[in-house]
Design a protein around this ligand. Sequence first.
Ligand SMILES: Nc1ncnc2c1ncn2[C@@H]1O[C@H](COP(=O)(O)OP(=O)(O)OP(=O)(O)O)[C@@H](O)[C@H]1O
Ligand SMILES: [Mg+2]
Length: 473
Amino acid sequence: MSKKRILIVDDDTYSRESIAAQLDEQYEVDQAENGDQGLAKLEESDFDVILSDIRMPGMSGLDFLERVTVTRPEARVLMITAFGEIGNAVDAMRKGAYDYLIKGEVKGEELIVRIERALENQELRRENTRLKSELGKRFSFGNMVGKTKVMEELFEMVESVAQSRSTVLINGESGTGKELVARAVHYNSPRANKPFIKLNCAALPQDLIESELFGHEKGAFTGAVKQVKGRFELADGGTLLLDEISEIEPPLQAKLLRVLQEREFERIGSGTTIKVDVRIVATTNRNLRDEIEKGNFREDLFYRLNVIPVQMPDLRERKSDVVHLAEFFLERYNQENDKSISGFSEKAMEVLMSYDWPGNVRELENYIERAVVICKEPQVTESHLPLEILTGEPRTASSGGGITVGTTVREMEKQLILKTLESCDGNRTNAADTLGISSRTLRNKLHEYGMSGIFKKGGNGIAETEAETADEE
Ligand SMILES: Nc1ncnc2c1ncn2[C@@H]1O[C@H](COP(=O)(O)OP(=O)(O)OP(=O)(O)O)[C@@H](O)[C@H]1O
Ligand SMILES: [Mg+2]
């Protein structure tokens, strides 16, 4: 084993040399004459224990200590103080010193014992940190269920990519767990203690996305009453999740490209360039290559994002996980609802296994939550499961406005879009306004739900064609 490293910081040459002489057989010892020199040595290499005089010309021992606790929190610092100045030493302990030695009194074997004690403490702290990070690991994968080979491979991949700073692009159907994976990437990375910031690009109009991303100065536009930091700034040192990235339009895509390339940008209305260290994770439920083909997505941006592609498997491709997920959610909603339902009847499980899961894990989670809430028996049976999964037929659109538990978010969204379009006589621009989404998003959603053709001709004769909608861009 290599020798432990010790740094002695003291302006008094005699005292420094004499301590060094007592230690240099057992340890690797280096010396510094003052705080500045000490910090410089710490920049160059690591030390396990630092002995520092309290009283020094220039930077005081206490100031030096304060710097060390920030830059080298692992190092144990022992302060050297004159007899009669113990008060200073107590101050130092409060500021993070591990121990103190009285000048000229602590020597020989006693000195070694005190240093060994500091080293032991350091070892313990290291071990604790390691255990904690392992716990963190288990926790962050602990809430992702998957025993199938694809999922196990995915977990392994996430764990290893988390260590890097490379951009991750997660592609998958709605409800497959894209956001969970994004979080796992962050919380398993060296950035775990720094912010995880998310922006849902589908939820906001373009100009708002821009100001959310980059921030703005006071007066940059009407309504900009004060300076606001953007999410890139907020995420500095951490991770930024750009959810549903395909919903960003080409002009903003160009600006995003620059940040990805240069790691710098300006707030809206400001000429000052801001540099950030942000790891980007983006998600999409569209195939971005198709979007490139259609001219909706910049190819150069795609390549910047697609450094580490992660493909989320659909739930129907990993049916055996349905059992584990169902049990996992049963446990979760048992706890949440103070119930103790023990499991699923054979028939209920059969039904769950034979369903196609268009809404993936989220849909399953919704159904189990619903089942737990309504179930009064010791077991979930098929009577607690919604009709469409029993028949395999998706629920037909009800004309009433009521919301039934068990309806997927996707289905709700589809119904809401249809109803809004109806009430706007098929005018997509008005419907998009009413829904608070862009025409582009609306068009994409109609396409996604296979409803593109339905409202091409407005009910009151307002004709809207694909070409016209495309003109808006
Ligand atoms: N492997 C999994 N284990 C446990 N829970 C999961 C898993 N995958 C997804 N979930 C749960 O399913 C729900 C949907 O997951 P998530 O929000 O990550 O999906 P998504 O792919 O981002 O969906 P969308 O595209 O609709 O935003 C969440 O409640 C999440 O906790
Ligand atoms: Mg999501």
